[in-house]
Design a protein around this ligand. Structure first.
Ligand SMILES: NC(=O)c1ccc[n+]([C@@H]2O[C@H](COP(=O)([O-])OP(=O)(O)OC[C@H]3O[C@@H](n4cnc5c(N)ncnc54)[C@H](O)[C@@H]3O)[C@@H](O)[C@H]2O)c1
Length: 263
């Protein structure tokens, strides 16, 4: 393989969920900047103007307002994305949200977690990711090629006092969902991996990570001594979307300033 083409994704057709903000926006931007055509999906209608802003800078962008927890809506979005270019090469199952306080805070203790809160997070952070993988596989298997990238979390790799029960449990489940589906999809040349971000400065948790005290607490537990920026997810996204990762599947790659190295 010519080294110049290792990261070449020009003309590929991609979908990114949760693309209006934070990590998903950064993922969409790096795919677009490298010439992929990207369907940016979000429940936040800002995604439409954002896609218009990015359209044609390198790849083409289209913004679609949809709720990924609505299975019919998600199916329609994926069908349209596939029809747009006649193929589907890269799918980032990224949309997700936090589940409030961690287990050392009274509001985050076992007894405080309501059934509605639990199932809402499971629906978004786990079930919608499963459906996104299922739909991606539906289009990628017949092509005999494709890349699926799931946004898990370092909070899914070990216990984490700073996040809620449902968040920690669903992020752990997505990591194993990736391992499990890699076994099946490998036979069809579809590669699936997860990114496990550490604390990244986004609006997650209603902007909790933007509070100075919370940021300091996360930074103190991170070997690199700071929280990360969404931009810092771009490199691994391009790696996992391109030929550069042709022998990588079923893995979970931390992008966490070293958090996972020290427990
Ligand atoms: N920021 C962090 O520290 C961090 C760490 C580890 C993992 N993550 C994960 O990264 C992913 C992105 O989070 P973020 O930090 O960028 O947060 P964010 O709030 O900035 O972005 C999440 C995006 O998902 C969208 N979204 C939420 N529910 C949706 C739905 N039902 N349908 C469609 N879109 C929906 C939101 O509108 C938003 O644009 C999540 O899965 C999150 O769990 C974040």
């Amino acid at each position: 393989m010519n080294d110049g083409s290792l990261f070449d994704i020009r003309g590929q057709s991609a979908v990114v969920t949760g693309a209006a903000n934070g990590i998903g926006r950064a993922m969409a931007e790096i795919l677009l900047a490298n010439g992929a055509d990207v369907t940016m999906v979000d429940i936040d209608d800002a995604v439409v103007a954002l896609a218009r802003e990015h359209d044609g800078r390198s790849g083409k962008a289209r913004g679609v307002v949809a709720d990924v927890t609505d299975t019919a809506e998600l199916g329609e979005v994926m069908a349209q994305a596939h029809a747009w270019q006649g193929r589907l090469d890269i799918v980032c199952a990224n949309a997700g949200k936090g589940s409030g306080a961690g287990p050392l805070h009274p509001a985050g203790e076992l007894a405080a977690v309501s059934p509605e809160e639990w199932s809402g997070i499971v629906n978004l952070n786990l079930t919608s990711v499963f459906h996104t993988i299922q739909l991606a596989a539906k289009y990628m298997r017949p092509q005999k090629s494709g890349r699926i990238i799931v946004t898990s979390s370092v909070a899914g790799l070990r216990g984490e006092t700073m996040v809620g029960y449902a968040y920690a449990a669903t992020k752990a489940a997505t990591a194993n969902l990736v391992r499990q589906s890699a076994v099946e999809l490998s036979r069809h040349n579809v590669l699936i991996n997860a990114i496990a971000p550490g604390p990244i400065r986004t609006d997650i948790g209603n902007g909790r990570l933007r509070e100075a005290e919370v940021e300091r607490a996360f930074a103190a537990r991170t070997p690199l001594g700071r929280i990360g920026e969404p931009e810092e997810i771009k490199g691994v996204t391009l790696l996992l979307a391109s030929a550069a990762s042709s022998y990588i599947t079923g893995t979970v790659i931390p992008v966490d300033g070293g958090c996972n190295a020290c427990g």
